[in-house]
Design a binder for this molecule. Structure first.
Ligand SMILES: *Cc1c(COP(=O)(O)O)cnc(C)c1O
Length: 434
């Protein structure tokens, strides 16, 4: 079995991108190679280089690249001239997806959600969620949290904390209040209590919210994991103040934290849940907004989109649900591997006096500054490890390995990270690397 990467050291000609692709591109800058093939946890460039993927399309490839069972299901469907595009018409692929989702995900968890197929991006699922909450409550204001990330279209962007992203809007982003997330004021301040105080005080200036929108682990915002107790308080606050609780599970869901939903077994049930990223299982665009049946108060076509429900994604998502989620063995394996990841990152952090963040297979190490983090990720890439940063100043090096990764390969990748962290920190403190 291959366990070590074999990176290409020369940078290929990037002229066509510089000439013709907008400079808005981002990930391609820190990984200047041309990729042409990928399988399992490996990406291959067109010069024979092999890279271990610890980014997984920001948690879009939880089952790895081109999983053979998902790929075969899609090939069979295409070869049989299955419907590729059907607006929101009933199709065999859609029925199979809904039936699998009901049987494998909803019923075992006693969840009575309806599924709304939005446009295929995560931000679209968030737009639908906040639209629905505003429509149902008749209120305008949404509570989101510091360091939250919810997407790049105006409604979702208004709920996003990051100033650089917000700046791109070009118009005022309004009707959202960004309240402190769990731990924002340090371990001694319970920010759920602060929110309760503000909402109960008729003179706090905070309007009654339509929704409280929260990630249980903040993916782009720095892998901050909220405690179950804090989340339960937030759920109770939403209920008490007539707001709908929306859990944005676009990055933390689909197994990343060890359950299909990131809020499982925490003792509360969100009113609305958004899913995207790994939902199709194969990296095909596919997003879903789930809500309690009583909240299904849309009029037909009120939220619309040409690409609602991507039939190819229905096929691969169905195969992923059947293969990975029919019993608990995959989830148990993710939890076990998440504990391995945690102990390795904790060891690195202890060595350098740093801290770690996250939950399950969604974890990072805070290296103090975005500058240091980018040197570390570049050193990793030079060794064939694809890894990225997150957090308000990009200071968190985040590990988002595919969930199907073999333990030995995970360990080999973490060895590269460990070496790169040690080398970078030694250099940045002017001490010779060992
Ligand atoms: C990625 C992400 C989104 C946006 O999804 P897109 O497909 O990029 O529009 C929204 N919320 C969270 C938590 C995300 O991680």
């Amino acid at each position: 079995m291959t366990i070590t990467p074999k990176p290409t050291q020369t940078i290929p000609d990037t002229g066509i991108y510089e000439r013709r692709e907008s400079i808005v591109r981002s990930y391609a800058r820190s990984m200047p190679r041309q990729f042409h093939r990928a399988e399992n946890v490996w990406m291959h460039d067109n010069q024979g280089g092999r890279y271990l993927d610890f980014l997984s399309g920001c948690s879009t490839l939880n089952y790895g690249h081109n999983h053979p069972i998902l790929k075969q299901a899609l090939l069979d469907y295409i070869m049989a001239d299955g419907i590729t595009h059907g607006l929101d018409l009933h199709t065999d692929a859609k029925a199979a997806f809904l039936e699998s989702f009901e049987e494998v995900i909803l019923q075992p968890r006693k969840l009575n959600y309806r599924a709304m197929f939005t446009g295929p991006t995560g931000t679209n699922a968030v737009e639908a969620a906040i639209k629905l909450a505003r429509k149902i409550t008749g209120r305008e204001m949404v509570i989101a949290f510091t360091n939250g990330f919810h997407g790049m279209t105006l409604g979702a962007l208004a709920c996003t904390g990051n100033a650089a992203k917000r700046g791109g809007a070009g118009v005022p982003l309004s009707h959202v209040s960004h309240e402190p997330y769990d731990g924002y004021h340090g371990p001694d301040v319970d920010t759920a209590d602060l929110l309760e105080q503000r909402l109960s005080d008729p003179s706090s200036g905070l309007d009654a919210p339509a929704a409280i929108l929260v990630e249980t682990v903040q993916g782009e915002g720095g892998l901050n994991a909220a405690s179950p107790a804090w989340l339960r308080k937030i759920a109770a606050i939403a209920k008490r103040h007539g707001a709908l609780l929306i859990v944005d599970d676009i990055q933390a869901g689909c197994g990343r934290t060890g359950g299909f939903f990131s809020f499982e077994d925490m003792g509360f049930t969100p009113d609305i849940v958004t899913l995207a990223k790994s939902l199709s299982g194969m990296g095909l665009p596919f997003a879903l907004t789930l809500f309690r049946a009583e909240l299904d108060q849309w009029s037909p076509g009120e939220h619309n989109g040409t690409f609602r429900g991507n039939n190819h994604a229905f096929v691969t998502a169905t195969a992923a649900l059947r293969h990975f989620w029919s019993n608990d063995s995959f989830a148990a394996d993710v939890r076990r591997r998440g504990a391995l990841l945690e102990s390795r990152l904790d060891k690195m952090a202890r060595e350098h006096g740093l801290t770690t963040r996250g939950r399950g297979m969604m974890r990072g190490i805070d290296v103090g500054s975005g500058e240091i983090a980018s040197v570390i990720t570049a050193a990793c890439f030079a060794r064939g490890l694809i890894i990225e940063t997150s957090g308000p100043r990009d200071e968190i090096v985040k590990v988002l390995a595919p969930l199907i990764i073999d333990d030995a390969v995970l360990s080999a990748g973490l060895d590269i990270l460990e070496t790169s962290v040690r080398e970078t920190l030694a250099a940045s403190f002017g001490v010779a690397a060992e």
